[in-house]
Design a protein around this ligand. Sequence first.
Ligand SMILES: Nc1ncnc2c1ncn2[C@@H]1O[C@H](COP(=O)(O)OP(=O)(O)OP(=O)(O)O)[C@@H](O)[C@H]1O
Ligand SMILES: Nc1ncnc2c1ncn2[C@@H]1O[C@H](COP(=O)(O)OP(=O)(O)OP(=O)(O)O)[C@@H](O)[C@H]1O
Ligand SMILES: [Mg+2]
Ligand SMILES: [Mg+2]
Lengths: 225, 225
Amino acid sequence: LISLRNIHKTYLLDKVAIQAVRDVCLDIDAGDFICLMGPSGSGKSTILHILGCIEHPSSGNVFIRGENTRTMRDAALSRFRNRHIGFIFQSFNLIPVLNVRENVEFPLVIRGGKFDRDHVESVIRSVGLSDCMAHRPDELSGGQRQRVAIARALVTRPDIILADEPTANLDSKTGGRIIDLLLALNRESGTTFIFSTHNETLSRYARRTIRILDGEIYEAAGAGR
Amino acid sequence: LISLRNIHKTYLLDKVAIQAVRDVCLDIDAGDFICLMGPSGSGKSTILHILGCIEHPSSGNVFIRGENTRTMRDAALSRFRNRHIGFIFQSFNLIPVLNVRENVEFPLVIRGGKFDRDHVESVIRSVGLSDCMAHRPDELSGGQRQRVAIARALVTRPDIILADEPTANLDSKTGGRIIDLLLALNRESGTTFIFSTHNETLSRYARRTIRILDGEIYEAAGAGR
Ligand SMILES: Nc1ncnc2c1ncn2[C@@H]1O[C@H](COP(=O)(O)OP(=O)(O)OP(=O)(O)O)[C@@H](O)[C@H]1O
Ligand SMILES: Nc1ncnc2c1ncn2[C@@H]1O[C@H](COP(=O)(O)OP(=O)(O)OP(=O)(O)O)[C@@H](O)[C@H]1O
Ligand SMILES: [Mg+2]
Ligand SMILES: [Mg+2]
């Protein structure tokens, strides 16, 4: 479904080159449930952004369903991303002037056309925020904002969800419910999940666990495959 | 050191009253190391903000060293806060246009007068960010931003540090180092700590653990006191 081949990502900061990601090769298959783990600063967010085509690698190639993203026009890449990928950001990226309902509806509004209000409400209910639909982000707790970001990624029913530390701000009970929700989507709808986490307990739910250290990835050989 | 008496905090949202904190009484003594735990949305951040005099309760009283904050002038309250309290925010609140070093120095710059550059660098080193001093927040990983927020709270050597989920974005190893750092400050300098966390392992380090549920607090009777 998504393939990374020899991906490098280097940031240049005052003439110092920071190698965030080094020679990463990774294959994601449809229906996968993958956990990405590693220390702070090791490159998890960078890899997720490259997988989601939100950021370009410095070198190497990204293949989406066999097609090289370098040969795709910007418009085609955006269309693919909007139709097939849902992203849960580490810092949420909610729109401050919109309330919970409007933030969750936003990707559907962007798509244009009518959308199902009941579906939006049911997604908001599934993350436990039915009582907060009129709140704006600054009127929510940290964990509530995280859940709005999660609901927003789910509402378009994407084929692939990239989740950057989706339970970091949640207590274990609420976090557990979110993971059950994602597992159910994976089982019942075949949604592909790649999530980064610092929580070892979470990795036990994943079919594959990929470790990352200083921009390089390691996968236990044959684990779960 | 800080006392909360019958604290209520109610938010009004479209004529609906949200009781974030209900009738909370809490005494914090100098040198305490207190953990505040509870589900997402239960009121942890609100209580920390009230303890730090960043937010006013809807009713009830806050006493700082026996003095009722209601009788203190704004200027005196600000002065007390700047001199004695360090705050680590759940969403970091870093200044985007300043780099790591400048963000960490900021409270010292606000205070005026000369400050010790070596001290600033040693605090940055203690949170593991010596290699990132020239980065701006948008050039940092989530866990690196969290550590800048922590360093900034430590640099003024406050008597009281209020930490809102200080390790949420950190892997267990980095998070463990941060907690060791805070414990050392508590032991060696007598710094008082109150931190909220979702991490049960962290609560074992605390001398007192206070549970919160729907805005009401529960403390195990006699636990650690
Ligand atoms: N725009 C940038 N400029 C320079 N360096 C950057 C930039 N963005 C990220 N980095 C660096 O790239 C490295 C990897 O960052 P990344 O955000 O992928 O880490 P992470 O694994 O997600 O960490 P965390 O667990 O703390 O969120 C870090 O060392 C970071 O400082
Ligand atoms: N400005 C506001 N207006 C309305 N309601 C608010 C406002 N700020 C917070 N709340 C509500 O107050 C309650 C407590 O929020 P608080 O941020 O203290 O929770 P928390 O325990 O820190 O949660 P988390 O673990 O998710 O960070 C939540 O239900 C939240 O929706
Ligand atoms: Mg990250
Ligand atoms: Mg909070």
